[in-house]
Design a binder for this molecule. Structure first.
Ligand code: 5GP
Ligand code: ZN
Length: 119
């Protein structure tokens, strides 16, 4: 059994509030949301960081980004009418960025003003 939290979610051993899934990618709501939309998008295969994923399978990174964009659409953040609210993608990598789960993930954030200082 793996001790990786996100691998255990992929395996169904730990519950996840899944909002989007493909054969290679899983997206689920963050347990401690920082915005009205806060979804984590992961490759089902374990890679610790963005760099590891780029080195192993850059196409899979493309799938993760595409899934993140699809999630933003589901959440109403992409409307295609020029008035869309938009969203932010974040990938914390390494200790100075505050990465706490060492299975690569994109944070999809949106639904409030994310600019600083707030506009
Ligand atoms: P990082 O700090 O590594 O970029 O992000 C890890 C994220 O995983 C954090 O935003 C944290 O709230 C989230 N997280 C940690 N444990 C769990 C969990 O058990 N379930 C879910 N859905 N999210 C989690
Ligand atoms: Zn993992």
């Amino acid at each position: 059994m793996t001790d990786c939290l996100f691998c255990r979610m992929v395996a169904g051993e730990i519950p996840a509030d899944v909002v989007h899934e493909t054969d290679r990618v899983l997206a689920f709501r963050d347990i401690n949301p920082q915005a009205p939309t806060h979804v984590l998008v992961i490759p089902k295969e374990h890679h610790p960081t963005i760099g590891a994923l780029v080195g192993a399978d850059a196409g899979l990174l493309g799938d993760v980004v595409a899934a993140a964009h699809a999630v933003a659409g589901q959440e109403g953040l992409v409307t295609g009418d020029g008035a869309e609210p938009g969203y932010r993608l974040v990938a914390n990598t390494g200790p100075q960025a505050g990465q706490t789960v060492h299975h690569v993930h994109l944070h999809v954030l949106g639904g409030r003003d994310l600019t600083w200082p707030p506009g």
